[in-house]
Design a protein around this ligand. Sequence first.
Ligand SMILES: C[S@@+](CC[C@H](N)C(=O)[O-])C[C@H]1O[C@@H](n2cnc3c(N)ncnc32)[C@H](O)[C@@H]1O
Length: 494
Amino acid sequence: MKIAAIENPRSRQEELGQFLTATPVADFMASMFGPLPKTVRLLDAGAGAGSLTAAFVSRCCEKLDGVRAIEATLYELDGEILDALSETMRECEHRCADAGIRFTFTIHSADFIQEMSARLAGDLFGTHPPAFDAAIANPPYRKISTDSAERRALRYVGVETSNLYTGFIALIQRLLVPGGQLVGITPRSFCNGPYFRPFREDFLSQLELRRLHVFESRQAAFRDDSVLQENIIFHAVKGRNQPDELIISSSSGEHGDEITETIFPFAEIVHPHDAEKFIHIPSTASHATAKETMDGLSSSLATLGVTVSTGRVVDFRLKDALRKDPERGTVPLLYPCHFNGGTVHWPKLDARKPNAILDNDETRPWLVPSGVYLLTKRFTSKEERRRLVACLFDPEQVKAKWIGFENHLNYFHARGHGLERTLAVGLYAFLNSTVVDQYFRRFSGHTQVNATDLRTLNYPDRDTLQAMGREMKTLDLSQDEIDQLVAKHLHARR
Ligand SMILES: C[S@@+](CC[C@H](N)C(=O)[O-])C[C@H]1O[C@@H](n2cnc3c(N)ncnc32)[C@H](O)[C@@H]1O
C-alpha cells in the first residue's frame, strides 16, 4: 500500500519523536501477529502516516485467516501529518472492501498519553477506557523529565517511566483484552537500562513475550537513515504466564534479507531470579555463522566409527549393587557430579551420589571396559553457560577394569570400547566449542542433550579431530582458547 510522504522539519520530528517505519519493516511486524478474532479492534498509537495500520490491513487481506472486520483506532498528535494519515486510511478501506473485510477507523488528533491516562484513571466522566484485541506500535521516543506533564499523567495510572516510548507501551498494555496482542518496534534500551526496571516489571507481569526480533544494522528500520537507535521488535500477548520458550530472530533490516531464527528457553532471556528483570538478547548473527560452519562439516559419527550412547546404569534398577564408597568387588560408577572441568574427579566422597557399583554377573551387562571415553551431560541447568558440557574419562586417572556410566550421561565409544586418545581429545575440543553450542541451541530450545541429538550433528573428519587432539596439550583451556583452536583447525580444512 502506498504511504503518503510527509516532510516535517528535523527539529519538529525530534520534538514529536517522529520517525516513520519503512514499509518492509511494517509488513514484517504485521506478519508477527498470531491468530486474530473475527472482529479486530486495532490500536495504532502515534500513528504517523498510518504505515503500521496499512501493513496490518494488508496482512489480514492477504492471509484471509478469518478476520471479517477491522475497527482501527488511531492516535496522532501532529496536525501536519493528519492528511497523510486520512489518505492511508482511505486506501485501507479500498483494500479491505476488495478483500471482503469491513474496515472502519477513528483518528484521534490528540495526545495519547494525556487522554489515555485520564481515561484509565476514570477522570473523563462516563468514558470507560477502550479495549483492544490488537495493537501495533512504533511509539515516539523522547526522554520525559520527572516534572513533565507526561510523567505526571503516567504516574497517575501507576506508570513510572522516563521515556515516552515506554509510557506508550505501558498504556497500550493496559488497554489490551486478555489474549490481546501487541507488536511493537522500540529502542532496545528498556531491555537492560537500570531506569527501565519498573517498566520491565510492569511489562513482564502483564505481557507474555512470544518473539523478539533485532536488527543487525542500527539504521535499517526507519525510512530516515540518520536515526541511530538500536531497535527491537517484540510480539507479546496480554497474559501472566510467560512461555517456556520464545523465538529470537534477527535480520539486517534491508528489504528481502534473510531472517535468522533461534528458539531459546524463556529462562535464558529473563533469568528466573533476576531482581532487575533484564531481558538478555543473544546474538543471533553468531548463531547463523555457527550454522554455516556446522553445515560445512562432512563427517558423521558413523563415518568416524564412533557411537554415542546413553549411560547404561539406571541406578534405581540396580539399587542393591550401588555403593557410596569404592570397596572390594566394586568398580567406579560415574555421574555428572564427577565432572570436574575437562576431566573426571573420582571418587567424590562427599557426593550424595554413589561412587561405585558391584561388578558381578547381574551388573556386568551394564558396565563398559576401561578405556578413553568422552562423556557429556544429558541435563544442564539453565544457568550453565553452555548446553553441551563434555569431559574426558581417562583410564590413567581412574584405574579400573570396568566402569559404570550412569543414565544422566552420554558416552562416546568405539563399538562398546574406548576411543583412540587424540580422537577423543579432538572431540572434546569440538563439543566444548562455542560454535557447536550455538548451533545446538538453534534446534534445541530445551536444556536436555540426548544421544540422538549428538548423533545427528555434523562432525569434522578424523584427521581434523586428531589434529585438534594433538594440539591440546592440556584439557584445562579457557573457552576462548578452545574456540580459537577449533576455529583454526576447521578453517585449515577448507
Ligand atoms: C516514531 S513515530 C511512528 C509513526 C508511525 N506509527 C510509523 O510507524 O511510521 C511516532 C508518532 O507519534 C506521534 N506522537 C508523538 N507524541 C504523541 C502523543 N503524545 N500522542 C499521540 N501521538 C504522538 C508523532 O507525531 C509520530 O508521528
